[in-house]
Design a protein around this ligand. Sequence first.
Ligand SMILES: *Cc1c(COP(=O)(O)O)cnc(C)c1O
Length: 360
Amino acid sequence: MSLESLVEQLVRPEIRALSSYHVADASGMIKLDAMENPYVWDESLRKAWLDRLASVDVNRYPDPHAPAVTASLRKLMNVPQDLDILLGNGSDELIQLIIYALAKPGAVVMAPEPTFVMYRMISKFAGVEFAGVPLLSHFGLDMPGLVAEIHKRQPAVLFLAQPNNPTGIKYPADELEILARTMSGLLVIDEAYLPFTDGDALSFAERFDNVVIMRTLSKVGLAGLRLGLLIGRSQWLCEFDKLRLPYNINVLTQVSTVFALEHYEVFAAQAQALREERSRLHASLSAMPEIQVWASEANFLLLKTLSRPAQQVFEAIKAQGVLIKKLDGAHPLLADCLRVTVGTPAENAAFLSALAKALA
Ligand SMILES: *Cc1c(COP(=O)(O)O)cnc(C)c1O
């Protein structure tokens, strides 16, 4: 038997039908495609960090529970004592743990769409049915539609990105409240973009037995460390913890995270600067008649090209050395849409000039 037919015979057909997660090559480009913080650490911070890393013993396994990391996060985020924290190798891993734990035969995972693609992708990996419920055309929640789908499909879990990716829209708190009350399954409120907005949903995890809160350090400036967290009742978290591979948070990440959180004011100031830059970028884009842009509570803006296909504009911007994200084709509501991460003032200026040339 040929190698190809052996693989075909053994690998699950739905896996063979997938293509692996594509990350665009950004070498030499201005990178505004992945919601990264554009600022690098200054010399003194970098030196202090390297000094701290010098004492790490990489011959030893990391502490499987990373208690110093958990304690720093609890303090930073004011997590009350009656809620637990579970760490993941990025929140992507936490999404995986939740879905694997709930993946009974016939279980349904639900999310309003368009949204973060990992909810759908990981459901597929786990062999669980994913039900996407379309957002309204202005990207708000279709509350009657969503409530009806919840009653009909009885999802084991509903993922709600707050603010949402790729729209940047933050849903009203009373809508979250209705969803928490309507769901008999678990409601996961994914606050990946919390550093770029005001207020949070932590109190939902205290008030509702079926709500957990997911966060990450990726978007605030530590994407390379891969650290996400789930905040919620121990009854949920201890079940998800059983599926976690024992040493998921490596020793360099543990030490670096504790160090970075001691200097959190640096990241908080950068997030504030990015919010101001977001307003400026939004104003510039709003002034372009060929562009529709949405208000955003995250570190990116969603835009729609009105005068020519988004694909063409995307390619023209890329040819000028600026990489953004093309969303056209990802969901019917995203036709001719692009997403740009808010960068430094110079990067945003380069993007705006590339966009203006692409539209000329
Ligand atoms: C980027 C993003 C994440 C993934 O974060 P990691 O911690 O880097 O895995 C999770 N949720 C949403 C909505 C995101 O946009």
